[in-house]
Design a protein around this ligand. Structure first.
Ligand SMILES: C[S@@+](CC[C@H](N)C(=O)[O-])C[C@H]1O[C@@H](n2cnc3c(N)ncnc32)[C@H](O)[C@@H]1O
Length: 116
């Protein structure tokens, strides 16, 4: 169970972790630390699949902001694909795959990342 601050140690038991449309909901000041904590809890050799909205696709990204504003009352803090990749590599992740794909009005990137 996640208490909002400390991610559970059980992450160490998984081969694959999925973070889908969560990162842009995390407060800006905590986003990098959130990813760092995931990395720290992961087992070497395990994978993180990080999928989120690509802020570089400005017009499409604004549909996601509108969606979040209507459904959760907040504006998302989306990163660009390039920023997500840079931050993850800085943390120590190795990129083994990536994809950019828009579904309806939602422009997603997906990073397939390994902790070595
Ligand atoms: C669009 S939903 C994504 C759901 C997710 N893909 C799943 O399968 O559960 C956004 C999620 O971000 C979570 N969230 C919002 N703020 C967060 C925060 N500060 N830290 C971690 N998760 C957060 C919400 O609880 C919600 O489940």
């Amino acid at each position: 169970m996640y208490n909002g601050t400390e991610l559970p140690d059980v992450l160490f038991e998984y081969d694959h972790l999925f973070l889908i449309d969560v990162l842009h909901h995390v407060p800006v000041a905590q986003q990098a630390a959130f990813l760092k904590q995931i990395y720290a809890k992961m087992r070497p050799g395990s994978k993180l699949i990080l999928k989120d909205i690509d802020a570089a696709r400005l017009v499409w990204c604004s549909f996601n902001k509108l969606h979040d504003l209507m459904l959760s009352g907040e504006i998302g803090h989306e990163w660009t694909f390039a920023r997500a990749l840079t931050e993850c590599q800085r943390i120590g992740f190795e990129l083994v795959g990536s994809q950019k794909k828009r579904t309806l009005v939602y422009p997603h990137y997906t990073l397939e990342l390994v902790k070595r």
